[in-house]
Design a binder for this molecule. Structure first.
Ligand code: NAD
Ligand code: LMR
Length: 328
C-alpha cells in the first residue's frame, strides 16, 4: 500500500536555492523513494516573484514526478504552512561580495518572526523546521522563539553545508573517499567563527588527525578554508552557493527524517546545555539521528584550543541573540 503524502513547505521557492532544491524533494531524494509529497511553496507577493514561482511550478509539473502528489503556490505564510510536516525556510536575502552573514540580520530577522508565528498557528505539531536563510542560526532562534506552542527541538539551522565542505577538504588532503569519513563535526555558528573539528574523525577506520598529522595545516589552511568557503564562492560566482546549499538541505532533512544509521552528522539545534552551551542557543553540534529524533554525541573531550574556538563562536551567537532580543 502506498504511503500517505506528507506536506513540505519551502519558502523562497523561486530563488536560486529553491530551483536546486524543489526537483530533488519531488523526486524523493529527501524523504525517500516511497514517500509522496505535497509541495507548499511560498514567495513574496511581488508580481515578479509570483510569476517566477508559476514558472517553477510549470517545470515541476513537466517532470511528471510519480511522488509529487500536489503543488501549491502561496504568498502568505499562514496558508503556506497549513498542516505542514516539513518546513524549509530558505526565503531571505543573500549577502553580496564583501558582506558578512551577520549583516543580514537587520533585513532578514523580521521575516523569521512572522514565519515562526505562522508555523506556531497552523503547522503540524510535529513539524520539522530547517532554516537555511542567513544568518541561519539566529534566524532559526528567532523562529523558534516566535513559536512558543511548538517544541523548541523542532527548529534547526543548517550547518550541513559546512560539514560537507569540511569532509570534502579532508578527503582531498588524505586522498581518501569522502564517503568513508566518519565522526566529523562543525561546532557553533554558520559563519567564519564555526569550528570544524576533525579530532575524532576517521577515514576507512583510520584516524584523520593521525593521517594528516599537521596542526599548522589545521589552523592555517583547513579552518579558514572551510570557514570562508561561502565568501570564496560569492567572489568566484558573483552569487552565493545554491546547488551545494540545496544539497546540504536535502542531507539535513533526509538524515533527520530517515536516520543517520549511527553516523555523526552536524545540525544546528537549540542547545540542551551540553558542552556548556547555554540552553536554547542555536548551535552546531555532532548528532546522530534515529526515528525522527536527533541526539547530541556526548562525552567528547574538548581540549584547550577547541574550547577557545567554541567560546569564540558561542560569543558571536550570544551577541547576535542579544541584538535581536528587542524583536522578540
Ligand atoms: P535568492 O535571492 O536567489 O532567493 C531568495 C528568494 O527568497 C527570492 O526569490 C525572494 O523573493 C524570496 N523571499 C524573500 N523574502 C521572502 C519571504 N519573506 N518569504 C518568502 N520568500 C521570500 O537567494 P538564495 O541564493 O536562494 O539564498 C537564500 C538564502 O539562503 C540567503 O539568505 C542565503 O544567504 C542563504 N544561504 C544559506 C546557506 C547555509 O548554509 N545556511 C547556504 C547558502 C545560502
Ligand atoms: C554559504 O556558506 O555559502 C552561504 O551561507 C552563503 C554565504 O553568504 O556565505
Amino acid at each position: 500500500m502506498s504511503k500517505k503524502p506528507v506536506r513540505v513547505a519551502v519558502t523562497g521557492a523561486a530563488g536560486q536555492i529553491g530551483y536546486a532544491l524543489l526537483f530533488r524533494i519531488a523526486s524523493g531524494e529527501m524523504l525517500g523513494k516511497d514517500q509522496p509529497v505535497i509541495l507548499q511553496l511560498l514567495e513574496i507577493p511581488d508580481e515578479k516573484a509570483q510569476n517566477a514561482l508559476k514558472g517553477v511550478i510549470m517545470e515541476l509539473e513537466d517532470c511528471a514526478f510519480p511522488l509529487l502528489a500536489g503543488i501549491e503556490a502561496h504568498s502568505d505564510p499562514m496558508t503556506a504552512f497549513k498542516d505542514t510536516d516539513y518546513a524549509l525556510l530558505v526565503g531571505s536575502r543573500p549577502r553580496g561580495p564583501g558582506m558578512e552573514r551577520a549583516e543580514l540580520l537587520a533585513v532578514n530577522g523580521a521575516i523569521f518572526i512572522g514565519q515562526g508565528k505562522a508555523l506556531n498557528a497552523v503547522a503540524s505539531r510535529n513539524v520539522k523546521v530547517l532554516v537555511v536563510g542567513n544568518p541561519a542560526n539566529t534566524n532559526a532562534y528567532i523562529a523558534m522563539k516566535s513559536a512558543p506552542d511548538l517544541p523548541a527541538k523542532n527548529f534547526t539551522a543548517m550547518l550541513r553545508l559546512d560539514h560537507n565542505r569540511a569532509a570534502s577538504q579532508l578527503a582531498a588532503k588524505t586522498g581518501m573517499a569522502v564517503s568513508d569519513i566518519e565522526k566529523l563535526t562543525v561546532w557553533g555558528n554558520h559563519s567564519p567563527t564555526m569550528y570544524a573539528d576533525y579530532r575524532f574523525a576517521t577515514i576507512g577506520g583510520e584516524s584523520v588527525k593521525g593521517l594528516i598529522n599537521d596542526e599548522t595545516w589545521n589552523r592555517e589552511t583547513f579552518l579558514p578554508t572551510v570557514g570562508k568557503r561561502g565568501a570564496a564562492i560569492i567572489a568566484a560566482r558573483g552569487l552565493s552557493s545554491a546547488a551545494s546549499a540545496a544539497n546540504a538541505a536535502i542531507d539535513h532533512m533526509r538524515d533527520w527524517a530517515l536516520g543517520s544509521n549511527g553516523k555523526w552528522v552536524t545540525m544546528g539545534i537549540p542547545s540542551d546545555g551540553s558542552y556548556g552551551i547555554p540552553k536554547d542557543v542555536m548551535f552546531g553540534f555532532p548528532v546522530t539521528t534515529e526515528n525522527g529524533e536527533y541526539k547530541i554525541v556526548q562525552g567528547l573531550d574538548i581540549d584547550a584550543f577547541s574550547q577557545e574556538c567554541i567560546n569564540k563562536t558561542l560569543k558571536e551567537l550570544t551577541d547576535e541573540q542579544a541584538g535581536v532580543a528587542h524583536l522578540l
